[in-house]
Design a protein around this ligand. Structure first.
Ligand code: NAD
Length: 494
């Protein structure tokens, strides 16, 4: 069986690991690979290498860095289908969705190709006699990126192109459930001409994460995952003196006003609720229907759900399996909890009948969900949509704003004034207007509010550049040659 191991200093690590994890193909339920888990010693080794590489990479010219980034961009583009296949085999999402995630990651690489412009500082001439002030931004050193299972290519790519472009060196700790896409990208970096030691991967679980969080050689932590771990990572990393951005879980509301185009809203609910089996931090999981349209909307969503095909993501289907048996069972238990708490189960995904041992669960729809139910309060992270009925816009807004999460949200309406008011009043980091999954383009920054993000820096865009650099301001005085010193032939003043 293939054994995945760490990537340190531009090569596979040959050290034997005492611990490791199984990687499954979620469509078959079978173990396909094993991954070695590192420990504090592995992290020490990777940090030593990344520290040595930093001393030269930080001095590489912007031209050189840009050339490597452009080459990497071309290689990822050329290998998009291969990366997508690796993602589908370990995550389960359908191939088109996996290719889409690579495309979104590539946008960050393309953004980072503009690093010479992004790193330009400010300059104030003659703030006093002979005195100028200017600002520069410098790399931090070795930085760590810890990523979740649900976007094994895109989420690391939210960070590492910008970090490397800024002159840092990187240690990625991918999800232990689907590490192959990151490993393949390590090879592409090497082929693109990135010097060994600039991009490293250490696999593992809490033990490796803890070692990264407390290692004095690691200068920053970029984490994406569930809220309890994000909070822990933020608290532990900042206590160790590091800058930390820790993106957490979500419960994204889609508010549908009575004047909305219900066909558009129903299509959006299907795509945003069940795409990638709901395992997206920007998935819509709560639909807030402002009466009197709730019944009409539920009917439209229900009829569309009957047409969703579920199966192996390598086939021509709409939705693949969930990532693991444990996660599938957890999501299924939420369906039971919803029924027990009195919500109306309109479509029951547990009834899905597919042969084999894949981690299957069909799309599920609840109506008449209320705010105190666990299926509303908690992140389910599966193909389960809840409809909450309210009577007014104010009630809808108050629901969204009272929720512990504030990652993404959307409003569906044909009233520009209502949409404008919503974007102003809603306490959520990313807002869609007739767009259900408002993931910002790479040149804007990605991140939520409240329990969806700990720290004050969002991912990529200019906030990403700020996060991966430290500012320095230089105040310099150069006396005019006419004021003495070496006589260069200028007329001398007294
Ligand atoms: P997770 O929190 O279980 O794992 C994330 C990372 O943390 C993994 O690399 C994992 O190995 C590590 N980890 C797990 N337990 C740990 C522990 N006790 N101590 C230290 N490290 C630990 O998350 P997941 O299940 O892989 O991913 C799904 C979650 O990620 C969902 O909650 C989803 O909303 C969230 N997510 C958020 C965003 C966002 O942008 N806000 C994006 C993608 C995913």
């Amino acid at each position: 069986m293939e054994q995945i191991t760490h990537w340190i200093n531009g090569t596979l690590d040959s050290t034997q690991s005492a611990r490791g994890g199984d990687i499954y193909n979620p469509a078959t339920g079978k173990i396909s690979k094993r991954v070695a888990f590192g420990d504090a010693v592995t992290v020490d080794r990777a940090v030593d290498v990344a520290t040595a590489a930093f001393s030269t990479w930080r001095h590489s010219s912007l031209t050189k860095r840009t050339q490597v980034l452009f080459a990497f961009r071309e290689l990822v583009q050329a290998n998009k289908e291969k990366i997508a296949a690796l993602i589908t085999a370990e995550h389960g999402k359908v191939l088109s969705d996996a290719a889409g995630e690579v495309t979104r990651g590539l946008e960050v690489v393309e953004f980072a190709c503009g690093i010479p412009h992004l790193l330009k500082g400010g300059f104030s001439e003659e703030v006093s006699t002979g005195v100028d002030v200017y600002s520069i931004r410098q790399a931090l050193g070795p930085v760590a990126i810890i990523s979740p299972f649900n976007f094994p290519a895109m989420v690391p790519m939210w960070f590492f192109p910008v970090a490397i472009a800024c002159g840092n060196t990187v240690i990625v700790k991918p999800s232990e459930k689907d590490p192959s896409a990151a490993m393949f990208m390590a090879e592409l970096w090497k082929e693109a001409g990135l010097p060994d030691g600039v991009f490293n991967i250490v696999h593992g679980d809490k033990e490796v994460v803890d070692a990264l969080l407390t290692h004095p050689g690691i200068k920053s932590i970029s984490f994406v995952g569930s809220t309890p771990i994000a909070r822990y990572v933020y608290e532990t990393g900042t206590k160790a003196g590091k800058r930390v951005q820790a993106l957490g879980g979500a419960k994204n509301h889609m508010v549908v006003l009575p004047d909305a185009d219900l066909e558009l809203a129903a299509d959006a609910a299907i795509n945003a609720g069940f795409g990638s089996a709901g395992e997206r931090c920007m998935a819509i999981s709560a639909i807030v229907a402002v009466e009197p349209i709730a019944s009409a909307l539920v009917a439209r969503i229900k009829s569309r759900m009957a047409r969703i095909s579920v199966g192996d993501g390598t086939q021509n289907v709409d939705m693949g399996p969930l990532v693991s048996a444990v996660h599938r069972d957890k999501v299924a238990s939420y369906i039971g909890a919803g029924v027990d708490s009195g919500a109306t189960l309109v479509v029951d995904g547990r009834a899905l009948d597919i042969a084999g041992d894949g981690f299957w669960l069909g799309p599920t729809l609840f109506d008449n969900v209320t705010p105190e139910m666990s299926i509303y309060k908690e992140e389910i992270f599966g193909p389960v949509l809840s409809v909450i009925r309210v009577d007014t816009y104010d009630e809808a807004l108050s629901l969204v704003n009272s929720h512990q999460y504030g990652n993404g949200t959307a409003i569906f309406t044909n009233d520009g004034g209502a949409a404008r008011r919503f974007q102003n009043e809603v306490e959520v980091g990313m807002v869609g207007i007739n767009v259900p999954i408002p993931v910002p383009m790479a040149y804007y920054s990605f991140g939520g509010w409240k329990n969806s993000l700990f720290g004050d820096s969002h991912a990529h865009g200019t906030e990403g550049v700020q996060f991966f650099t430290r500012g320095k301001v230089v105040t310099s005085r150069w006396l005019d040659p006419s004021h003495g010193g070496i006589n260069l032939g200028f007329p001398q003043n007294d």
